[in-house]
Design a protein around this ligand. Structure first.
Ligand code: SAM
Length: 245
């Protein structure tokens, strides 16, 4: 029986496509793509002759059924998202679950992922981390989500879009207080920047230079200091009550 290969693609630097990923994309007859138009240039550049099929968040059930049919017919399928690792703040989980439930094999390839790339250069002392990905876009829900994370004594890893980064960092400062923030921007790209700063000055830092709000972001906040979880909780509760949440 053929397998579903879960294939990470570069975050911005084409050199980050692994040799194994290249081999798989060149050899499979089908590539399931988050966005077929987005992935077409990469496949073309590799000289891959695979046919593409759409596998985005709005058709994951249908896509899963089609992929299972292909696998049962003995045809291997690769799964790619627009950038990085499928299933990490990207579609893929339902497809993987359906393929395994159908008794077919899933083969994950290691590769590019913004969260682990940022963590590798964050230099935080926390031994553990919690990957949260995207926060809710509505302010109230975002603050509540942050408040629920405030007691964790591990680094907190977030993805954020450029138009929301300032609001999100302001909420982080309000909810977490004094922590270290690592801003990993445009990883693997021309304007890559990795900065560590006290969360309390982060809003001013972002406002001091509009370029600092441009591009793609991973935000990492250091964990709650030992023994601080109680006081922090009370402060957050007050903040949420003030906000009428
Ligand atoms: N599946 C991807 C992965 O493995 O990292 C993540 C996909 S998610 C839809 C896109 C988010 O990942 C962006 O909004 C940003 O927060 C983060 N991201 C992707 N590429 C990045 C980069 N080059 N630098 C910093 N963050 C990046």
């Amino acid at each position: 029986i053929a397998a579903l290969y879960v294939v990470p693609t570069p975050l911005g630097n084409l050199g980050d496509l692994t040799r194994r990923a290249e081999d798989v994309l060149r050899s499979v007859p089908w590539v399931a793509c988050e966005d077929t138009r987005h992935s077409a240039p990469l496949l073309k550049q590799l000289g891959a002759r695979a046919k593409t099929l759409p596998a985005h968040q709005h058709n994951e059930h249908e896509a899963a059924a089609r992929i299972v049919d292909k696998l049962r017919a003995g045809e291997a399928v690769a799964l790619v998202s627009d950038a990085g690792t499928p299933g990490i703040s990207d579609p893929g989980a339902r497809i993987v679950a359906a393929v395994r439930a159908a008794g077919c094999k899933v083969v994950p390839l290691p590769g590019a992922c913004a969260a682990t790339t940022a963590l590798s250069a964050a230099g935080l002392a926390d031994e553990h981390f919690l990957f949260h990905g995207f926060l809710p876009s509505k302010a109230g829900q975002r603050r509540q989500a942050l408040a629920e994370l405030a007691g964790h004594a591990c680094a907190l890893v977030f993805y954020e879009a450029p138009h929301r980064v300032l609001d999100t960092v302001a909420d982080m400062a309000a909810v977490f207080g004094e922590r270290t923030l690592v801003v990993a921007r445009e990883l693997t790209k021309l304007f890559e920047n990795i900065d560590s700063l006290p969360l309390t000055v982060a809003v001013d830092w972002f406002q001091a230079d509009p370029n600092r709000q441009r591009g793609e972001f991973v935000l990492i906040v250091s964990g709650a200091p030992p023994g601080d979880a109680g006081g922090e909780g009370e402060r957050i509760l007050r903040l949420l009550l003030d906000e009428g949440l």
